[in-house]
Design a protein around this ligand. Structure first.
Ligand code: SF4
Ligand code: SF4
Ligand code: FES
Length: 252
């Protein structure tokens, strides 16, 4: 007889709900999304779950597995043999139904980040270092697991004060682009609420794309803010040292 895995899946909506137990046969290489699909196919046809690619590319299957934000399609069940697997929707966002959270707040925030703005004139040739630095940020799949775990958004529900780590990555992507002529540093100190982040690194720990959110995006952005607002001499010194630096390089 094949081994079974016990899933305890949240069933409910904004009005409330509870976890319901399901048993599913375990097969080699099975991921949590496979098991949820088995439940959907044979035991609960009305179970709501969001997914698209089943390949850790689309970012739509984010949920919480035993309390940890994870992609359902990237989490193998053989890591949970012998224990009940509790599956709940992301807690930082309003629930729609079962495992589906309403992440639309993130799309509203995305609209507030000014898009890439070509620098005029183009300041200098891009170096490989510049390409590598922003390439990391391009790997974001917008799963919003980092937003889910960030205590500023999750525990303090300060969505009106902080854009969250995903959008610090987005802003860093533009700010560090040598050919972007925009200046999002004033936004960081005000509307985007960078000061709310106290660099706990929880966001980095849950990122399925292994983006070093705090070290490579948030901390450099904090340095830019410090340079621009608190250390004008340092900014001048940098400009003198590297006259080819773009406006955003001078800021940090
Ligand atoms: S490091 Fe900052 S953005 Fe990341 S989880 Fe902590 S407070 Fe949130
Ligand atoms: S930075 Fe990582 S955790 Fe955050 S949305 Fe992008 S891929 Fe997901
Ligand atoms: S289904 Fe696309 S990331 Fe999981």
């Amino acid at each position: 007889m094949s081994e079974e895995i016990v899933l305890s899946i949240f069933r409910g909506d904004a009005a409330g709900g509870q976890e319901v137990e399901y048993r599913v046969p375990l097969t080699p290489g099975m991921v949590v999304l496979d098991a949820v699909h088995q439940v959907q196919a044979h035991q609960a046809q009305d179970l709501a779950v969001r997914w698209n690619c089943k390949a850790a590319h689309c970012g739509s299957c984010g949920a919480e597995i035993n309390g940890h934000p994870k992609l359902l399609c990237k989490t193998r069940l053989d890591d949970y043999v012998g224990e009940t697997v509790h599956i709940r929707p992301m807690q930082t966002f309003p629930i729609i139904k079962d495992l589906v959270a309403d992440v639309s707040w993130n799309y509203e925030v995305a609209k507030k980040v000014p898009a890439f703005q070509p620098a005029v004139p183009v300041p200098f040739q891009m170096q490989q270092f510049d390409v590598d630095r922003i390439q990391e940020f391009h790997h974001c799949i917008e799963c919003f697991l980092c937003q889910d775990v960030c205590h500023v958004l999750r525990d303090h529900n300060a969505k009106d004060q902080y854009f969250g780590p995903r959008f610090m990555v987005k802003i860093a992507e533009f700010e560090m682009h040598p050919r972007d002529g925009g200046d999002r540093v004033p936004m960081l100190t005000h509307e985007a609420g960078l000061d709310m982040c106290n660099v706990t690194k929880c966001c980095t720990e849950v990122c399925p794309q292994h983006i070093r959110i705090t070290d490579n995006a948030i901390i450099p952005l904090k340095e830019r803010v410090a340079d621009q607002y608190w250390d004008p001499l340092r900014a001048l010194f940098r400009k003198k040292k590297d006259p080819t630096a773009t406006a955003q390089s001078v800021q940090g």
